[in-house]
Design a protein around this ligand. Structure first.
Ligand SMILES: C[S@@+](CC[C@H](N)C(=O)[O-])C[C@H]1O[C@@H](n2cnc3c(N)ncnc32)[C@H](O)[C@@H]1O
Length: 230
């Protein structure tokens, strides 16, 4: 798959991977981690959802990186309009009180606008980064990388080397014992490549969160832990 083709696939929406988000937030809380980095954050909804779910008074910081400059620009703007009848609409917004707290209706009943409030924006930061080219400049303790790797292999196998490079750089972007929270599809890919000397599968997200309502196939995630060696 060409780099351009990968960049075209930027589907994302608010509260999409809520089980993975909850997992990442719990790991941060239980391990005194002060920052969560979303790799392949697209237009930012994932990062803002995490910041919102952490609680409005939480001091946890959130970073989003993506290879696509235009998506990062959208993320930095923090202004969204969406239609709740669209099939990728954020079901969580309608099913939870979030819609009252974050959205203002525009035009018709099904159109909503979100201007991410300053208290959430202040805890977030976005930058352009190609994880297939290089690890993050500074290693971190917790990365969430959802629905990124699948695009490297689900459609064609022609560019395995870029997928492997991305996985290698994810590893190098973590401090020893750092955590990677990922989706089940991508985990299948990691399993093929993952060197058991480097990664320690921690747990299956759904087993830890069996009570979460509405788990979709995409909510089935895995947590990997970087072993203390390189
Ligand atoms: C399908 S979106 C997933 C967005 C979000 N994580 C989610 O689950 O809703 C995949 C994103 O990964 C980004 N991406 C693909 N390859 C990347 C790379 N090498 N480095 C950083 N981002 C990448 C794409 O530009 C795209 O925005």
């Amino acid at each position: 798959m060409s780099q351009e083709r990968q960049s075209l696939i930027g589907t994302t929406y608010f509260f999409r991977e809520v089980n993975l988000f909850q997992t990442a937030l719990d790991i941060a809380k239980n391990n005194d981690i002060s920052e969560i980095v979303s790799v392949g954050c697209s237009t930012g909804e994932e990062v803002y959802s995490l910041a919102y779910l952490a609680g409005r008074n939480n001091t946890l910081k959130f970073k989003g990186v993506d290879v696509d400059q235009r998506r990062i620009k959208t993320a930095q703007n923090g202004e969204y309009v969406f239609d709740t009848t669209n099939n990728t609409s954020p079901r969580w917004l309608v099913s939870m009180n979030i819609i009252n707290e974050l959205c203002s209706p525009i035009k018709s009943a099904n159109n909503y606008r979100i201007d991410v409030p300053p208290d959430i924006r202040n805890r977030t930061q976005f930058s352009v980064h190609d994880m297939a080219k290089a690890p993050l400049p500074e290693p971190v303790q917790l990365i969430i990388c959802a629905n990124v790797l699948m695009h490297y292999w689900a459609f064609t196998n022609e560019d395995k080397s870029r997928s492997y490079a991305l996985q290698r750089h994810l590893f190098k972007s973590l401090k020893p014992n750092g955590y990677l929270v990922t989706d089940r599809y991508s985990y299948e890919e990691y399993k093929e490549y993952v060197n058991p000397n480097l990664w320690l599968p921690q747990y299956d997200v759904l087993k830890e969160y069996p009570q979460q309502p509405l788990p979709t196939y995409f909510d089935l995630g895995m947590v990997l832990k970087r072993k203390d060696n390189d």
